[in-house]
Design a protein around this ligand. Structure first.
Ligand code: ATP
Ligand code: ZN
Length: 297
């Protein structure tokens, strides 16, 4: 295959993953000039270009070597891994990206008193994910008919073309609207960075490594908060005990107040009002919670 010296990332052209994926790449310092047909975006600063496609095509484009990386739901990637022909290169999930969260679930009519997979024996289940559903059915030794539908899976039971469905669920609102309820979760999904099992060992490989480092920084700080507070030395222990997880806090002395300390702690996630109130009760004051903009470990 012809070698390329620029990295090419496939992502969804228009859909749920488009905005958050673009935002993530922008945060990694990548900027793009959108071409007129909006299929190919040329990267301006770094040698990284985008290919905007239907999400279902992304794993195949990576497996064929047309793209080096892709941002796609784990549901689509896993389904591809299970159903793609063996002639295609296997893919790997390089990083979970923390957006586009949903789950692939089996849902049954509300009136069915569901409690075990065996109740699906002999039933017809409609899905766009025959690979993942088939694997689950085999694992649970259930013989069920799989009705493959490209879309509008949730109305199949009402139409009488299936007895149950296996589809993506986020809030569950669509299920309720169709008198269905979630019975089994087959896969917890989110957007992931997908790539080949073996990474290229040329300039693209170097760029890819750099991008992964930036991604790790962005993902880590997206949830991180910097907590600043003041405490006296005798309440320090009680305050420290209540700090949300993260590395050891930094202590600074306060000029002219030998008993006072300023404490600085990086917290792995959101710090709630409730947590702040508890820490304050233990003796802290002047508390600030700051978002973290960038981080390079
Ligand atoms: P296209 O094939 O045109 O790219 P699509 O209709 O297959 O678009 P979207 O509905 O935009 O795709 O969903 C893209 C991905 O978003 C899904 O594969 C899944 O990983 C994730 N997702 C998150 N929540 C949901 C949800 N409630 N329903 C469907 N997908 C969801
Ligand atoms: Zn799709």
């Amino acid at each position: 295959m012809k070698t390329r010296d620029r990295l090419r990332i496939a992502m969804q052209k228009s859909g749920r993953l488009t905005e958050p994926a673009l935002e993530l790449l922008t945060r990694c310092g990548l900027t793009f000039r959108q071409s007129r047909d909006k299929l190919f975006c040329f990267g301006e600063g770094e040698p990284v270009d985008l290919l905007l496609v239907r999400d279902d095509d992304i794993p195949g484009l990576i497996a064929q070597g047309v793209c080096d990386l892709g941002i796609v739901g784990r549901n689509v990637l896993s389904e591809f891994q299970l159903t793609a022909g063996h002639e295609l290169a296997p893919l790997s999930e390089l990083r979970p990206l923390g957006f586009g969260r949903c789950r692939l679930s089996i849902a049954v009519p509300q009136e069915l008193d569901y409690h075990a997979p065996q109740q699906l024996e002999g039933r017809r289940i409609a899905t766009s994910y025959p690979g993942l559903l088939g694997e689950w059915l085999r694992t649970h030794a259930v013989n069920a008919g799989v009705v493959i539908l490209a879309g509008s899976v949730e109305i199949a039971p009402k139409l009488g073309t299936a007895d149950a469905i296996c589809d993506l669920v986020q809030s569950g609102g669509t299920l309720v609207a169709n008198q269905l309820r979630e019975a089994e979760v087959l896969l917890e999904s989110e957007a992931v960075l997908a790539g080949p099992l073996t990474l290229p060992v040329d300039e693209r490989g170097d760029m890819l490594e750099l991008l992964l480092k930036r991604l790790d920084g962005v993902i880590q700080v997206r949830e991180s908060r910097l907590l600043l507070l003041q405490t006296s030395r005798h309440t320090l222990e009680a305050v420290t005990r209540l700090l949300p997880g993260g590395p050891q806090p930094t202590l600074l002395s306060v000029a002219g107040q030998p008993d006072q300390l300023m404490l600085q702690a990086l917290c792995a996630g959101e710090v709630s009002w409730r947590q702040l109130e508890e820490i304050k009760k233990a003796g802290a004051r002047e508390m600030y919670v700051l978002p973290v903009e960038k981080m390079l470990a």
